[in-house]
Design a binder for this molecule. Structure first.
Ligand SMILES: *Cc1c(COP(=O)(O)O)cnc(C)c1O
Length: 395
């Protein structure tokens, strides 16, 4: 294999490329995490996170992957033996379900075809059936990164309210936060789980829990053992901008910068930009004559697009050619769809030209790999982008 030349296109749906501004902001000497300079940083990022999660309640920041933040949401709110309702939207929902089972939760896992999001009516029906109110939590993935399907959280909340059921709502926004519209308070979410390396445009290493008053109350009575993940241990020092153990200082410098970038652009514009890039990507896929994995237009992900490989062609062989010839990483198919789909990430620091470069790499790769397709996907994406109103706020 020859040495790759030029810019590497990291077009997987997380980790996403880290903007130069964020890299520069992290390039700083470590400071005393018990001193006054750190307290300012701590206060800035804790307040900034509230703006990003759209909540007036505290947001917990852990040095961890997203998987750690999943665990934190479980151990702070639930007790062994509790019944929870989850939905098989794809690989990540399945992993979270396995984790819940390992913690001794009794999971009612609504099966899915990996091509649709959570059906709010199915949630409503399950909750309405639950006369004894045994279900303690509904746990769903907002953006299912393995399939490119975005579930409608506000509609799920409305379904729970119609069933008049007291279950907590726990939502994984690991790949959606900072890219897709998300409102912790307005949508009545109890725990929002997220992490740093996707829409927040940071390196991996920070996990988040945004929590409601109801979740905080549940954490005072639940019996799941925890220590490192304990919210109360975090909230006490957080009140003054500090952390109970050594925080990931460099990542917090980066977080302060990435929050500033998102707020400077404006969250609405950030979300609109992602929807615009996703629509252009779908225009390309349609022009190639390939199939998008997500079957429900109202659930198309603004974060990534998963594309089905024509039968008899291996998605991973195609991805290997794209990497070796064009220095671009595309997302693989995970577990059930391994080798059958590839995923184009269009999240974080992505703009029109980045996207068109990525789509060009896909189109060249399809030809190089001998995958049957029609040419003209890039042209269709360009036409899609150019066909919009000149106002970039128009999706
Ligand atoms: C990436 C991802 C995870 C796992 O996050 P890690 O940081 O790899 O632990 C969980 N859920 C979703 C939806 C994801 O996209």
């Amino acid at each position: 294999m020859s040495t790759p030349q030029g810019h590497h296109f990291l077009q997987i749906p997380g980790p996403s490329p880290v903007p130069e501004r964020v890299l520069q902001a992290m390039h700083k000497q470590i400071i005393d995490h018990r001193g006054p300079e750190f307290a300012r940083l701590g206060r800035d990022v804790l307040a900034g996170c509230q703006a990003i999660f759209q909540t007036g309640n505290p947001v917990i920041i852990y040095p961890s992957s997203g998987t750690g933040a999943w665990e934190a949401a479980i151990v702070n709110t639930l007790s062994p033996g509790d019944k929870v309702l989850m939905v098989e939207t794809g690989h990540f929902a399945t992993l979270w379900q396995k984790m819940a089972a390992r913690f001794g939760l009794e999971v009612d896992f609504i099966r899915g075809d990996w091509r649709h999001g959570v059906d709010p009516a199915a949630i409503e029906a399950k909750l309405a059936e639950d006369a004894t109110r045994a279900i303690k939590a509904v746990m769903v993935v907002h953006n299912e990164t393995s399939t490119g399907v975005l579930s409608r959280i506000a509609d799920i909340r409305a379904a729970m309210d119609r069933a008049d059921h007291p279950a907590l709502l726990l939502v994984d926004t690991i790949s959606s936060l900072g890219s897709a519209d998300y409102r912790h308070d307005e949508w009545g979410v109890d725990v929002t789980v997220s992490c740093s390396q996707k829409g927040l445009m940071l390196p991996p290493g920070l996990g988040f829990n945004a929590i409601s008053d109801k979740a905080l109350e549940a954490s005072r009575h639940n019996t799941m053992p925890r220590s490192y993940w304990d919210w109360q241990e975090m909230l006490k020092p957080n009140a003054n901008g500090f952390f109970p153990s050594t925080p990931a200082t460099s990542l917090l410098y980066g977080l302060r910068e990435s929050i500033a970038m998102l707020l400077e652009e404006g969250l609405e514009r950030v979300f609109t930009r992602h929807r615009r890039l996703a629509a252009a990507t779908r225009a390309a896929v349609n022009a190639w004559g390939l199939e998008i994995l997500c079957l429900e237009p109202a659930e198309y992900s603004p974060v990534l697009t998963a594309v089905i490989m024509p039968a008899g062609h291996d998605a991973d062989a195609f991805r290997k050619i794209v990497l070796e010839r064009y220095n671009m990483s595309l997302g693989s198919g995970l577990s059930r769809v391994a080798g059958k789909v590839f995923r184009i990430g269009h999240l974080g620091e992505c703009n029109e030209l980045t996207l068109l470069g990525a789509l060009t790499g896909v189109e060249l790769g399809l030809a190089a790999a001998g995958v049957p397709h029609r040419p003209g996907g890039v042209a269709a994406a360009m036409a899609n982008l150019a066909g919009r109103n000149a106002d970039p706020a128009v999706p």
